[in-house]
Write a protein that binds this ligand. Structure first.
Ligand code: ZN
Length: 135
């Protein structure tokens, strides 16, 4: 297991990227995730990444987060080897999830979110690369 990425809510990726570029980091991929109503930009940092999240509408989850709390850390994402097994283990232990469905996100990775009330007050994403799925 490793920390896959840190999700950071920003008002504008175009403005936020300047700071990371000053640090010598580069955006690797930008993508709009329609079902989350969010634009994302992935910035590799060693074996982990920073994921900038810019809402495409005010009513999206990230849009509401920005209205309430302003820019900042939105979620931490843990990478697991078997996301289906992790989902089952959490469910059978009564962990509260944001959604019980595994979804497809930026770069085609699979993910679901654990509710902050079950994860020490922090929104936790569990994810896995799609190419790891054996079918
Ligand atoms: Zn994420």
């Amino acid at each position: 297991m490793k920390i896959d990425h840190l999700g950071i809510a920003v008002n504008s990726i175009d403005i936020a990227r300047g700071f990371y570029e000053t640090l010598g980091l580069r955006i690797e991929r930008e993508e709009t995730i329609e079902h989350e109503q969010v634009r994302t930009a992935m910035i590799p940092v060693g074996e982990s990444r920073i994921e900038l999240l810019e809402p495409t509408t005010e009513n999206s989850a990230v849009g509401r987060f920005l209205n309430k709390r302003g820019e900042g850390l939105h979620h931490v994402a843990l990478h697991v080897d078997d996301i289906a097994e992790t989902l089952e283990a959490l469910k059978s232990n009564g962990v509260r999830l944001v959604s019980e469905k595994i979804q497809v996100g930026a770069g085609g990775h699979l993910y679901f979110f654990v509710h902050p009330s079950s994860a020490g007050g922090m929104l936790l994403e569990i994810c896995q690369d799609r190419e790891q799925i054996q079918d």
